[in-house]
Design a protein around this ligand. Structure first.
Ligand SMILES: [Zn+2]
Length: 378
Protein backbone atom coordinates (compact mmCIF):
# COMPACT_ATOMS: atom_id res chain seq x y z
CA UNK A 1 0.00 0.00 0.00
CA UNK A 2 1.35 3.47 -0.83
CA UNK A 3 2.45 5.63 2.10
CA UNK A 4 1.61 9.29 2.66
CA UNK A 5 4.28 11.48 4.31
CA UNK A 6 3.43 15.09 5.12
CA UNK A 7 5.42 18.24 5.76
CA UNK A 8 4.42 21.73 6.93
CA UNK A 9 7.04 22.70 4.36
CA UNK A 10 7.99 20.22 1.62
CA UNK A 11 11.17 21.17 -0.24
CA UNK A 12 11.35 19.70 -3.74
CA UNK A 13 13.95 20.92 -6.26
CA UNK A 14 13.35 24.63 -6.28
CA UNK A 15 9.92 24.92 -4.73
CA UNK A 16 8.63 25.02 -1.22
CA UNK A 17 5.17 23.51 -0.80
CA UNK A 18 3.24 24.71 2.25
CA UNK A 19 1.21 21.90 3.82
CA UNK A 20 2.68 19.46 1.31
CA UNK A 21 2.61 15.70 0.99
CA UNK A 22 4.55 12.95 -0.73
CA UNK A 23 3.15 9.55 -1.72
CA UNK A 24 5.74 6.76 -1.62
CA UNK A 25 5.16 3.54 -3.53
CA UNK A 26 7.75 0.81 -2.94
CA UNK A 27 11.18 2.49 -3.28
CA UNK A 28 9.98 5.45 -5.36
CA UNK A 29 8.18 8.75 -4.98
CA UNK A 30 4.83 8.32 -6.73
CA UNK A 31 3.24 11.73 -6.26
CA UNK A 32 3.97 15.12 -4.69
CA UNK A 33 1.40 17.77 -3.90
CA UNK A 34 -0.11 20.24 -1.50
CA UNK A 35 -3.40 20.55 0.33
CA UNK A 36 -5.80 17.62 0.01
CA UNK A 37 -3.92 14.35 -0.26
CA UNK A 38 -5.05 11.53 -2.56
CA UNK A 39 -7.13 8.74 -1.05
CA UNK A 40 -5.85 5.19 -0.84
CA UNK A 41 -2.50 5.84 0.81
CA UNK A 42 -1.66 4.89 4.39
CA UNK A 43 -1.23 7.94 6.61
CA UNK A 44 2.41 8.29 7.67
CA UNK A 45 4.20 10.89 9.78
CA UNK A 46 4.15 14.68 9.41
CA UNK A 47 7.31 16.76 9.79
CA UNK A 48 7.94 20.49 10.09
CA UNK A 49 10.19 20.20 7.03
CA UNK A 50 10.29 17.33 4.55
CA UNK A 51 13.31 17.39 2.21
CA UNK A 52 15.19 15.08 -0.13
CA UNK A 53 17.76 12.86 1.61
CA UNK A 54 21.16 14.55 1.83
CA UNK A 55 23.87 13.72 -0.70
CA UNK A 56 27.41 14.08 0.66
CA UNK A 57 30.05 13.96 -2.08
CA UNK A 58 33.09 14.56 0.13
CA UNK A 59 33.22 12.48 3.30
CA UNK A 60 36.13 10.55 4.85
CA UNK A 61 34.25 8.83 7.66
CA UNK A 62 32.20 9.08 10.84
CA UNK A 63 30.99 7.18 13.87
CA UNK A 64 34.63 6.51 14.78
CA UNK A 65 35.40 4.78 11.46
CA UNK A 66 37.15 5.88 8.25
CA UNK A 67 36.27 4.81 4.70
CA UNK A 68 39.94 4.02 4.13
CA UNK A 69 39.87 1.28 6.79
CA UNK A 70 38.01 -1.35 4.78
CA UNK A 71 34.42 -2.44 4.16
CA UNK A 72 33.39 -3.01 7.80
CA UNK A 73 34.61 0.46 8.83
CA UNK A 74 32.94 1.91 5.75
CA UNK A 75 29.60 0.44 6.82
CA UNK A 76 29.94 2.01 10.28
CA UNK A 77 30.73 5.44 8.80
CA UNK A 78 27.92 5.19 6.27
CA UNK A 79 25.40 4.21 8.96
CA UNK A 80 26.44 7.11 11.23
CA UNK A 81 25.82 9.64 8.46
CA UNK A 82 22.65 7.90 7.27
CA UNK A 83 21.15 8.46 10.73
CA UNK A 84 21.71 12.18 10.16
CA UNK A 85 19.81 12.13 6.89
CA UNK A 86 22.65 11.46 4.44
CA UNK A 87 21.04 8.86 2.19
CA UNK A 88 23.90 8.94 -0.32
CA UNK A 89 27.52 9.22 0.72
CA UNK A 90 30.65 9.26 -1.41
CA UNK A 91 33.64 7.63 0.32
CA UNK A 92 36.61 9.99 0.17
CA UNK A 93 40.11 8.59 0.51
CA UNK A 94 42.98 10.79 1.70
CA UNK A 95 46.44 10.71 0.19
CA UNK A 96 48.23 7.38 0.40
CA UNK A 97 50.76 5.54 -1.73
CA UNK A 98 49.27 4.30 -5.01
CA UNK A 99 49.65 0.69 -3.75
CA UNK A 100 47.57 1.39 -0.65
CA UNK A 101 45.01 3.38 -2.64
CA UNK A 102 44.64 0.47 -5.06
CA UNK A 103 43.88 -1.82 -2.12
CA UNK A 104 41.40 0.64 -0.59
CA UNK A 105 39.63 1.18 -3.89
CA UNK A 106 39.32 -2.57 -4.49
CA UNK A 107 37.93 -3.11 -1.00
CA UNK A 108 35.26 -0.39 -1.37
CA UNK A 109 34.21 -1.14 -4.94
CA UNK A 110 31.71 -3.91 -4.01
CA UNK A 111 29.92 -1.54 -1.59
CA UNK A 112 29.44 0.92 -4.43
CA UNK A 113 28.20 -1.88 -6.68
CA UNK A 114 25.69 -2.88 -3.97
CA UNK A 115 24.41 0.71 -3.75
CA UNK A 116 25.60 1.18 -0.16
CA UNK A 117 28.07 3.90 -1.16
CA UNK A 118 27.48 6.51 -3.84
CA UNK A 119 31.03 6.14 -5.12
CA UNK A 120 34.69 6.66 -4.32
CA UNK A 121 36.50 10.02 -4.28
CA UNK A 122 40.28 10.20 -4.38
CA UNK A 123 41.55 13.33 -2.61
CA UNK A 124 45.21 12.99 -3.57
CA UNK A 125 47.96 12.03 -4.04
CA UNK A 126 48.20 14.63 -6.87
CA UNK A 127 47.95 17.70 -4.63
CA UNK A 128 50.08 20.73 -3.77
CA UNK A 129 52.70 20.27 -1.06
CA UNK A 130 52.25 23.91 -0.16
CA UNK A 131 48.51 23.50 0.45
CA UNK A 132 48.56 19.91 1.70
CA UNK A 133 46.24 20.52 4.68
CA UNK A 134 45.91 17.13 6.37
CA UNK A 135 47.62 15.17 3.57
CA UNK A 136 51.17 13.84 4.20
CA UNK A 137 53.44 16.02 2.01
CA UNK A 138 55.97 13.21 1.41
CA UNK A 139 53.34 11.18 -0.49
CA UNK A 140 52.20 14.02 -2.76
CA UNK A 141 53.32 13.61 -6.34
CA UNK A 142 52.68 14.44 -10.01
CA UNK A 143 50.00 12.33 -11.68
CA UNK A 144 51.82 9.62 -13.58
CA UNK A 145 49.51 8.47 -16.42
CA UNK A 146 50.12 4.80 -15.56
CA UNK A 147 49.08 5.39 -11.92
CA UNK A 148 46.00 7.35 -12.97
CA UNK A 149 44.96 4.56 -15.34
CA UNK A 150 45.70 1.84 -12.77
CA UNK A 151 43.51 3.51 -10.14
CA UNK A 152 40.72 4.19 -12.63
CA UNK A 153 40.88 0.56 -13.79
CA UNK A 154 40.85 -0.82 -10.24
CA UNK A 155 37.86 1.32 -9.30
CA UNK A 156 35.85 0.99 -12.52
CA UNK A 157 32.47 2.71 -12.32
CA UNK A 158 32.92 3.12 -8.56
CA UNK A 159 35.34 6.02 -8.99
CA UNK A 160 33.21 9.15 -9.20
CA UNK A 161 35.60 12.01 -8.39
CA UNK A 162 39.30 12.85 -8.14
CA UNK A 163 40.65 16.02 -6.53
CA UNK A 164 43.93 17.25 -8.01
CA UNK A 165 46.12 20.36 -8.18
CA UNK A 166 46.18 21.59 -11.80
CA UNK A 167 49.66 23.11 -11.53
CA UNK A 168 51.30 19.69 -11.14
CA UNK A 169 53.07 18.26 -14.19
CA UNK A 170 50.66 16.07 -16.12
CA UNK A 171 47.56 17.34 -14.26
CA UNK A 172 45.73 18.56 -17.34
CA UNK A 173 46.41 15.27 -19.16
CA UNK A 174 45.18 13.37 -16.09
CA UNK A 175 42.08 15.56 -16.05
CA UNK A 176 41.30 14.70 -19.67
CA UNK A 177 41.95 11.00 -19.07
CA UNK A 178 39.67 10.87 -16.01
CA UNK A 179 36.89 12.95 -17.53
CA UNK A 180 37.05 10.70 -20.60
CA UNK A 181 36.29 7.78 -18.31
CA UNK A 182 33.31 9.50 -16.73
CA UNK A 183 35.09 10.58 -13.53
CA UNK A 184 34.46 14.11 -12.20
CA UNK A 185 37.64 16.07 -11.65
CA UNK A 186 37.78 18.54 -8.78
CA UNK A 187 40.34 21.29 -8.26
CA UNK A 188 41.67 21.58 -4.72
CA UNK A 189 44.69 21.62 -2.42
CA UNK A 190 46.23 23.77 -5.11
CA UNK A 191 48.68 26.57 -5.71
CA UNK A 192 47.43 27.10 -9.28
CA UNK A 193 47.14 30.55 -10.79
CA UNK A 194 43.85 31.92 -12.11
CA UNK A 195 44.90 31.03 -15.70
CA UNK A 196 46.06 27.52 -14.84
CA UNK A 197 42.78 26.87 -13.02
CA UNK A 198 40.86 28.10 -16.07
CA UNK A 199 42.90 25.65 -18.17
CA UNK A 200 41.89 22.80 -15.85
CA UNK A 201 38.22 23.69 -16.25
CA UNK A 202 38.71 23.89 -20.02
CA UNK A 203 40.23 20.38 -19.76
CA UNK A 204 37.05 19.16 -18.06
CA UNK A 205 37.29 19.84 -14.30
CA UNK A 206 33.81 20.58 -12.90
CA UNK A 207 34.12 20.73 -9.10
CA UNK A 208 35.89 23.02 -6.62
CA UNK A 209 37.04 21.00 -3.60
CA UNK A 210 36.22 22.98 -0.40
CA UNK A 211 36.59 26.43 -1.99
CA UNK A 212 38.95 28.77 -0.08
CA UNK A 213 40.27 26.03 2.24
CA UNK A 214 43.77 24.66 1.51
CA UNK A 215 44.36 26.71 -1.66
CA UNK A 216 46.31 29.75 -2.81
CA UNK A 217 44.34 32.69 -1.42
CA UNK A 218 42.50 35.20 -3.57
CA UNK A 219 44.73 38.20 -4.34
CA UNK A 220 43.61 41.16 -6.44
CA UNK A 221 46.57 40.85 -8.85
CA UNK A 222 46.58 37.02 -8.85
CA UNK A 223 43.04 35.82 -8.09
CA UNK A 224 44.19 32.21 -8.07
CA UNK A 225 41.89 29.18 -8.10
CA UNK A 226 39.21 30.60 -5.81
CA UNK A 227 37.87 33.34 -8.07
CA UNK A 228 38.38 31.23 -11.21
CA UNK A 229 36.21 28.44 -9.76
CA UNK A 230 33.61 30.59 -8.00
CA UNK A 231 32.78 32.63 -11.10
CA UNK A 232 32.75 29.81 -13.65
CA UNK A 233 29.26 28.54 -14.55
CA UNK A 234 30.76 25.12 -15.38
CA UNK A 235 31.95 24.49 -11.80
CA UNK A 236 30.16 23.12 -8.73
CA UNK A 237 31.50 24.77 -5.59
CA UNK A 238 31.99 22.81 -2.35
CA UNK A 239 31.87 24.49 1.06
CA UNK A 240 32.46 23.01 4.52
CA UNK A 241 29.96 24.96 6.58
CA UNK A 242 30.74 23.99 10.16
CA UNK A 243 31.23 27.43 11.70
CA UNK A 244 35.00 26.85 11.74
CA UNK A 245 36.28 26.55 8.16
CA UNK A 246 34.82 29.87 6.99
CA UNK A 247 33.46 33.14 8.29
CA UNK A 248 29.66 33.48 8.07
CA UNK A 249 30.05 36.38 5.63
CA UNK A 250 32.08 34.14 3.29
CA UNK A 251 29.41 31.43 3.57
CA UNK A 252 26.67 33.91 2.59
CA UNK A 253 28.76 35.34 -0.23
CA UNK A 254 29.66 31.92 -1.64
CA UNK A 255 26.03 30.78 -1.46
CA UNK A 256 24.88 33.90 -3.29
CA UNK A 257 27.56 33.89 -5.99
CA UNK A 258 27.62 30.13 -6.63
CA UNK A 259 23.82 30.02 -6.48
CA UNK A 260 22.51 26.70 -7.76
CA UNK A 261 26.13 25.50 -8.16
CA UNK A 262 26.74 25.63 -4.41
CA UNK A 263 27.37 22.25 -2.73
CA UNK A 264 27.53 21.59 1.00
CA UNK A 265 29.99 18.82 1.91
CA UNK A 266 30.93 17.47 5.32
CA UNK A 267 34.59 16.59 4.60
CA UNK A 268 33.97 14.56 7.77
CA UNK A 269 36.66 12.37 9.31
CA UNK A 270 36.22 9.39 11.64
CA UNK A 271 35.57 11.65 14.65
CA UNK A 272 32.37 12.99 13.10
CA UNK A 273 29.35 11.77 15.07
CA UNK A 274 31.76 10.23 17.61
CA UNK A 275 33.63 11.25 20.74
CA UNK A 276 36.51 13.72 21.04
CA UNK A 277 39.97 12.18 21.26
CA UNK A 278 42.88 11.03 19.11
CA UNK A 279 42.20 9.72 15.59
CA UNK A 280 44.12 8.86 12.45
CA UNK A 281 43.32 10.65 9.19
CA UNK A 282 45.15 8.43 6.73
CA UNK A 283 48.63 8.34 8.25
CA UNK A 284 48.39 11.57 10.23
CA UNK A 285 47.40 11.90 13.85
CA UNK A 286 44.50 14.20 14.63
CA UNK A 287 43.35 15.56 17.98
CA UNK A 288 39.64 16.33 18.26
CA UNK A 289 38.64 18.76 20.98
CA UNK A 290 35.07 20.06 21.28
CA UNK A 291 34.42 18.67 17.81
CA UNK A 292 37.32 20.64 16.28
CA UNK A 293 39.75 18.33 14.42
CA UNK A 294 43.37 19.48 14.12
CA UNK A 295 46.59 17.74 13.15
CA UNK A 296 48.90 17.00 16.03
CA UNK A 297 52.04 19.06 15.41
CA UNK A 298 55.59 17.81 16.01
CA UNK A 299 55.63 19.76 19.27
CA UNK A 300 52.34 18.07 20.22
CA UNK A 301 50.46 21.34 19.77
CA UNK A 302 47.36 21.70 17.56
CA UNK A 303 48.23 22.20 13.87
CA UNK A 304 46.20 22.62 10.65
CA UNK A 305 42.47 21.96 10.53
CA UNK A 306 42.12 18.29 9.62
CA UNK A 307 38.79 17.64 7.97
CA UNK A 308 35.71 18.21 10.07
CA UNK A 309 33.38 16.48 12.45
CA UNK A 310 30.44 17.71 10.43
CA UNK A 311 27.39 15.92 9.07
CA UNK A 312 25.19 17.49 6.41
CA UNK A 313 22.21 18.10 8.72
CA UNK A 314 24.45 20.34 10.85
CA UNK A 315 25.89 21.97 7.71
CA UNK A 316 22.35 22.94 6.72
CA UNK A 317 21.60 24.32 10.20
CA UNK A 318 24.90 26.22 10.28
CA UNK A 319 24.28 27.70 6.82
CA UNK A 320 20.79 28.81 7.84
CA UNK A 321 22.16 30.33 11.06
CA UNK A 322 24.70 32.21 8.90
CA UNK A 323 21.84 33.75 6.92
CA UNK A 324 21.40 31.40 3.94
CA UNK A 325 17.71 30.73 3.14
CA UNK A 326 16.64 27.18 4.07
CA UNK A 327 15.59 26.32 0.52
CA UNK A 328 19.07 27.26 -0.77
CA UNK A 329 20.89 25.38 1.99
CA UNK A 330 18.83 22.23 1.37
CA UNK A 331 19.36 22.53 -2.40
CA UNK A 332 23.13 22.66 -1.74
CA UNK A 333 22.92 19.47 0.33
CA UNK A 334 20.69 17.54 -2.08
CA UNK A 335 19.95 18.51 -5.70
CA UNK A 336 23.25 20.32 -6.33
CA UNK A 337 25.60 17.51 -5.22
CA UNK A 338 23.48 14.93 -7.06
CA UNK A 339 23.65 17.00 -10.24
CA UNK A 340 27.39 17.57 -9.74
CA UNK A 341 27.86 13.78 -9.83
CA UNK A 342 25.45 13.38 -12.75
CA UNK A 343 22.88 11.42 -10.72
CA UNK A 344 19.35 12.00 -11.94
CA UNK A 345 17.58 9.48 -9.67
CA UNK A 346 18.03 11.31 -6.36
CA UNK A 347 18.55 14.68 -4.68
CA UNK A 348 15.03 15.89 -5.42
CA UNK A 349 11.51 14.99 -4.34
CA UNK A 350 9.84 14.19 -7.64
CA UNK A 351 7.63 11.39 -9.01
CA UNK A 352 9.74 8.50 -10.29
CA UNK A 353 12.81 9.33 -8.24
CA UNK A 354 14.15 7.19 -5.41
CA UNK A 355 12.22 7.76 -2.18
CA UNK A 356 15.10 9.21 -0.16
CA UNK A 357 13.57 11.61 2.36
CA UNK A 358 14.60 13.39 5.50
CA UNK A 359 12.10 14.83 7.96
CA UNK A 360 13.25 17.73 10.12
CA UNK A 361 11.68 19.27 13.21
CA UNK A 362 11.20 23.00 13.94
CA UNK A 363 14.85 23.30 14.99
CA UNK A 364 15.95 21.55 11.74
CA UNK A 365 17.05 18.50 13.71
CA UNK A 366 16.60 15.16 11.95
CA UNK A 367 13.33 13.51 13.01
CA UNK A 368 13.02 10.76 10.39
CA UNK A 369 15.04 9.28 7.53
CA UNK A 370 13.73 7.21 4.62
CA UNK A 371 16.08 5.53 2.17
CA UNK A 372 14.70 3.90 -0.98
CA UNK A 373 11.22 3.84 0.53
CA UNK A 374 12.22 2.28 3.88
CA UNK A 375 12.28 4.18 7.17
CA UNK A 376 15.43 3.92 9.18
CA UNK A 377 14.79 2.20 12.50
CA UNK A 378 15.13 4.78 15.30
ZN1 LIG B 1 40.77 18.47 1.65
Amino acid sequence: MPLLVRGDRVLTLDRELADGWVVVQDDRVAEVGTGRAPAGAAEGPRFAVLAPGFVDIHNHGGGGAAFGDGPEAAKVAREAHLRRGTTTVVASLVTESVEVLLEQVRSLRPLVGAGELGGIHLEGPWLSERWCGAHPPALLTDPDPADVAALADAAGDALVMVTLAPERDGALEATRLLVGRGVKVAVGHTDATYERTRAAVDAGATVATHLYNAARPLHHREPGPTLALLTDERVWVESIVDGLHQHDAVVRDTARRAGRRWVLVSDAMAAALADDGRYLLGRLEVQVLDGEARLVGEDGRPGAIAGSTLSLDRAVRTAVAAGVPLVEAVHAATAAPAAAMGWSDRGRVEPGLRADLVGLDDGLQVAGVMRAGAWLEP
